[in-house]
Ligand binder design. Structure first.
Ligand SMILES: NC(=O)c1ccc[n+]([C@@H]2O[C@H](COP(=O)([O-])OP(=O)(O)OC[C@H]3O[C@@H](n4cnc5c(N)ncnc54)[C@H](OP(=O)(O)O)[C@@H]3O)[C@@H](O)[C@H]2O)c1
Length: 359
């Protein structure tokens, strides 16, 4: 298999550290460049990120001595060394938009974790099992940017990665409305209990911007390509409440759903069990073998027990039952920094490799 040289923009951050650990032994990707803010540039990865390393596994040995580039002023130098870059930075939205476009225009494709370009009409926002076909929009985006290779592809917000995969295979029954309450881990804010002690024994009923993302992003993921743009789906109606809970990793969602044509419980369980997408068909290295795992036990899925299923890339579901106001209700869980962030982006990059977008 051909090897690809990659960069991590935002390597010192929480998501960047995840990228570093996921890519350490990746069969297709070699980490060639690490970049962060001007504050870290020029230091080694160990000097800049060693004292704020948040992963359970140690910093990859081969990356410790790598000198960090300045993500904003070294774009040309970075672009000439890599086939593409992953990007996860904490900057203002318009700065991220401009930064990612500058990389794309330097012919360096960007696979992004940032939200800045999620609603740019010719930027695909991909959950690889659900809307792999949206990457075809890249040709239109390249025309707009005037590039041969460069483009931006993004993954969706972590909050929707638990419930949209469970809803997707049920679309054949005509989903009319969805209510989802999410219970989101503190790592989603780039924190752990040491850096956010106020979250111990606590719950915060607000996560800025999260409910809008949770209601709108599924409609783009379920959208269609028309005249060089992704046009958002107009249904189902989705309403959400997003809460921050004292869990280190793993976003849980409690979901209520109604249909045009109500399926049986057995039909839903069979569709979940059989659900396979492009990553499973293409046998991509980071793809979970079974995307949705259903638990019969009433007390599952649990964040602590089930978030790491299949390397944190699977979604788990449970408690499917009929409801008095909606047709059904159920609970689902996904790992927010693996499937929901860096892992989801690595899977998207693998899909882009398999479809020839980095060649
Ligand atoms: N945490 C999650 O679960 C999660 C999930 C999905 C998406 N995201 C998104 O991923 C992005 C990063 O999140 P995070 O949690 O990893 O944030 P973080 O831990 O605060 O890390 C931010 C990174 O951005 C870099 N940075 C800051 N200012 C910069 C500048 N002016 N130029 C270049 N680089 C700069 C930082 O470099 P220095 O170390 O040099 O300051 C650091 O590498 C955000 O857009 C976030 O919304 C996060």
């Amino acid at each position: 298999m051909k090897q690809y040289n990659v960069g991590i923009i935002g390597a010192t951050g929480m998501v960047g550290q995840r990228f570093a650990t996921l890519l350490e032994n990746h069969p297709w990707f070699n980490v060639k460049v690490l970049a962060a803010s001007p504050r870290s540039a020029g230091q080694t990865y160990e000097e800049a990120a060693g004292s704020r390393w948040k992963m359970a596994v140690p910093m990859p040995e081969a990356m410790k001595g790598m000198k960090l580039y300045d993500a904003t002023s070294d774009i040309e130098k970075i672009a000439e060394q890599v086939d593409f870059c992953f990007c996860a930075v904490d900057m203002k939205k318009d700065e991220i938009k401009a930064l990612e476009e500058a990389y794309a225009k330097a012919e360096c494709p960007i696979v992004s974790n940032n939200s800045a370009h999620r609603f740019t009409p010719d930027v695909p926002m991909v959950v690889p099992e659900i809307n792999a076909d949206h990457i075809e929009i890249i040709e239109s985006q390249r025309k707009r940017l005037g590039t041969k290779r460069g483009f931006i592809a993004v993954k969706s917000n972590c909050s929707i990665q638990s419930y949209v995969p469970a809803l997707h295979p049920l679309k054949e029954f005509g989903i009319t409305k969805v209510l989802a309450c999410t219970y989101q881990a503190i790592s989603g804010a780039g924190k752990n209990f040491e850096t956010w002690p106020e979250m111990v024994d606590n719950l915060i009923p607000f996560i800025g911007g999260e409910e809008e993302k949770s209601e709108q992003e599924p409609l783009k993921v379920w959208g269609t390509i028309e005249n060089g743009e992704i046009v958002k789906a107009t249904s189902p109606q989705i309403t959400t409440q997003c809460l921050r809970v004292p869990v280190s990793d793993g976003h849980t969602a409690a979901v209520f759903v109604s249909f045009d044509k109500k399926p049986t419980k057995e039909e839903i369980l069979k569709l979940w069990a059989d659900f396979k997408g492009a990553p499973q068909e293409l046998e991509l290295p980071s793809a979970p073998k079974q995307f949705i795992h259903y638990f019969e036990e009433d007390n599952r899925p649990q964040a602590k027990l089930d978030r790491n299923l299949e390397g944190g890339m699977a979604v788990s579901a449970g408690r499917l039952r009929e409801d008095t106001q909606y047709d059904y209700k159920f609970v689902c869980l996904s790992h927010n920094t693996l499937r929901g962030a860096a892992g989801g982006a690595v899977l998207l990059a693998e899909l882009l490799v398999a479809k020839g977008y980095f060649d």
